[in-house]
Design a protein around this ligand. Structure first.
Ligand code: SAH
Length: 365
């Protein structure tokens, strides 16, 4: 029986869904599709309203569309292929969702509840190929990219859960599993869809994207001139330590990364955030803080210190609290904007770097 299940899961893998998700389409794309299919383009706004404002669960519900149009949509699209397998709530209110994809893979999405609102952390890939030596998401390598609609659906699903509490997703961080700049086009479509005022209407300044530092894509993103918050996983004050923590630094060196950062700031006028994970005995000394302050001198930025989260397969250790404060103080003294990231969802493995792509058959084991 179990063998049979595994074979089915195996067969399902790498198979395209029968129909694409309608959540993958930007408003303009939907307009084009509708006009090409003999419908008026304003219908696209009605469909968007059903998808993102009324958050319909089926095409059938879209009562101001003709029966013909509902059938046409039904024939060509599905709403979403995401199935909620698990929804877990942490003691601090953080919620973790495990979603199954059409091909049997599963991904994680996290909802963080802050005083100032609800923030969703979305996944962009099944697994990751960047190989950071401290991160759980990369342990099984990259299985595949997510479609834009699979990323959008994560936000819609979380919003549907919040609808029951009469609350709204107020911000989105692209910091779940995967490297968003390694799935650039889908990520950009996702951003356009959730940001659209006829859609979920999540303001650009309430969206943050984080990259491990794929330099050519940083230039490309700078040229898009969005108002989206931009973060870079820095984690080290010099090339030697960064290459040890993040193999991507061998291809895209810290010095070149800083050039790209300066280009981004010049082009957009916006400040950048650096994520700096503190790994005990590796990059957390006062001398590293001094070197870091020197590296970011004159750069319009903010540094987010993240105490390392435990990943069983990795042997990094936490920096003691006093040492974290000392690191922060050293940066502050040198005039650097810095905060220590508040931690959430520890008890349900929902913290930074703890998410991992799972396969359905593992879940049912
Ligand atoms: N791939 C993107 C998006 C991931 S964001 C990126 O690298 O930026 C998640 C953040 O958590 C990144 O800054 C990542 O480096 C960090 N992270 C990964 N594993 C971690 C761990 N075990 N402890 C603390 N932070 C971790």
């Amino acid at each position: 029986m179990k063998q049979q299940e595994e074979q089915t899961a195996e067969k399902k893998k790498n198979k395209s869904p029968e129909k694409p998700s309608i959540y993958s389409l930007k408003l303009e794309e939907l307009k084009k599709w509708l006009t090409a299919n003999g419908e008026k383009s304003f219908r696209a706004e009605q469909v968007f309203d059903w998808l993102y404002v009324k958050r319909a669960a089926s095409f059938e519900e879209m009562s101001n569309l003709s029966k013909n149009l509902r059938d046409l949509l039904q024939e060509h699209f599905v709403l979403t292929t995401l199935k909620t397998l698990i929804q877990q709530t942490s003691a601090d209110g953080t919620m973790k969702f495990l979603f199954e994809l059409h091909d049997g893979y599963s991904i994680e999405t996290v909802l963080m509840r802050h005083e100032y609102g609800n923030s969703v952390c979305v996944t962009t890939q099944v697994g990751c190929r960047i190989g950071c030596t401290f991160c759980a998401s990369t342990l099984g390598g990259l299985k595949r990219n997510l479609e834009a609609g699979e990323i959008v659906a994560q936000v819609v699903k979380v919003q549907q859960a919040l609808d029951e509490l009469d609350e709204r997703v107020s911000s989105v961080v692209i910091m779940g599993i995967g490297e968003p700049f390694d799935n650039y086009d889908a990520m950009m479509s996702f951003l356009t869809i959730i940001n659209h005022d006829k859609g979920l209407n999540i303001g650009a300044r309430h969206i943050t994207v984080s990259t491990s530092g794929i330099i050519p894509k940083i230039y490309k993103f700078a040229d898009e001139k969005t108002q989206i918050n931009f973060a870079i996983s820095l984690h080290a004050p010099n090339n030697e330590i960064r290459s040890r923590l993040m193999p991507i630094n061998k291809a895209y060196k810290l010095t070149d990364l800083m050039e790209a950062v300066k280009y981004y700031i010049e082009k957009t006028g916006r400040r950048i955030s650096f994520e700096y994970g503190l790994f005990g005995g590796v990059n957390d000394g006062v001398e590293h803080a001094e070197e870091l302050a020197e590296l970011v001198k004159g750069v319009k930025c903010h540094i987010n210190l993240i105490p390392v989260n435990y990943v069983p397969e990795r042997d990094y250790v936490r920096t003691p609290k006093e040492k974290i404060f000392e690191f922060e103080k050293t940066l502050k003294k040198r005039g650097v904007n810095v905060t220590i990231r508040r931690e959430q969802g520890h008890d349900i493995d929902a913290a930074c770097g703890q998410l991992r792509a799972k396969e359905r058959k593992e879940e049912t084991r």
